[in-house]
Design a binder for this molecule. Sequence first.
Ligand SMILES: Nc1ncnc2c1ncn2[C@@H]1O[C@H](COP(=O)(O)OP(=O)(O)O)[C@@H](O)[C@H]1O
Ligand code: SF4
Ligand SMILES: [Mg+2]
Length: 323
Amino acid sequence: MLQLRDVRVVIDGHEIIRIDELDLAPGSRLGLVGESGSGKTMTAKAIAGLLPDESKVSGSVIFEGQDLLTLNDREMSKVRGKRIGFVFQDPARSLNPMMRIGKQVSEAIRIHSDLKGDAVTAKVIDLLHQVQLPEPETLLRRYPHQLSGGQQQRVMIAAAIAADPDLLIADEPTTALDVTVQEEILRLLISLSEERKMSLMFVSHDLGVIRFVCDRVAVIYGGNIVESGRIEDVVAHPMHRYTAALLAANPGMPKDDNFSAFIGKRLQTITGSVPAVGKFPSGCRFRNRCLSATDACSTMPSPITTGNDHRYLCWNPGDRGQS
Ligand SMILES: Nc1ncnc2c1ncn2[C@@H]1O[C@H](COP(=O)(O)OP(=O)(O)O)[C@@H](O)[C@H]1O
Ligand code: SF4
Ligand SMILES: [Mg+2]
């Protein structure tokens, strides 16, 4: 349903994103994971057509057979919201503080449908029910500041699914929320994606959260997808050394374990920090932080694919963490 091929984003002469291949199957939930500054948001923005004006983009982003990178702004704004919904990290900044909740959700409905008057209000109430907000009839007259962070994020999700999109892209939607609220919102996203057969691209720096929500994962570092596959395969046998280091820092939570006991826990930190744009080494971008780097790593490894589409780019793969 969504295929990225040779997608490059260059800003001010610096290559921020270079993704040779990334796929999302219909109905599936793909996690995009990496430390802060790895290129997760830029990837989501490249798909959404929301990159900064100075960006140069090439390659293809094929969504349901259509290359989104060939669409103009007007065509793209029809895809955004209607066929692909978006939810971002900070609900307080995404909502208009001066506008009542009902109006904000009804705008999303009006833009993408022919509904009018009472039919719109009925749809708003139905959507607020679907995101499990209490007393929607009262809530729609409230302003954002009268809602908790978790309730605000539910409103954002209601607006994002208003036009019944086939794909929802959620960029760190729960990072700003405390852990119990986080778990409720994640469960809501899982049930909405299952009930509506809506694919989900879920962006997070936390592998535990990704394992809770997703069936597949793509690991991003320096704007490159360094490893991808079924979440259980990647967690059990990480092949790229960056994935292994991420797992050592956050082992990810088995699906049936206690959420709050696992989420956000850091066991180790990864050596060094993510370089600034333009400061990455040549070849494998993780080379200056990798304890297993060899001379070969100064050139970019070719992708290797094993069973279940487990794909990685590493000269010295291994699944026992950094050694
Ligand atoms: N508007 C911009 N102009 C130039 N560089 C940017 C811009 N926005 C983000 N970047 C850079 O792109 C890289 C990836 O950023 P981002 O996608 O936001 O990372 P993540 O979401 O994984 O934390 C970072 O090095 C960041 O500094
Ligand atoms: S072994 Fe080489 S290719 Fe693999 S992660 Fe380390 S630096 Fe990159
Ligand atoms: Mg981000």
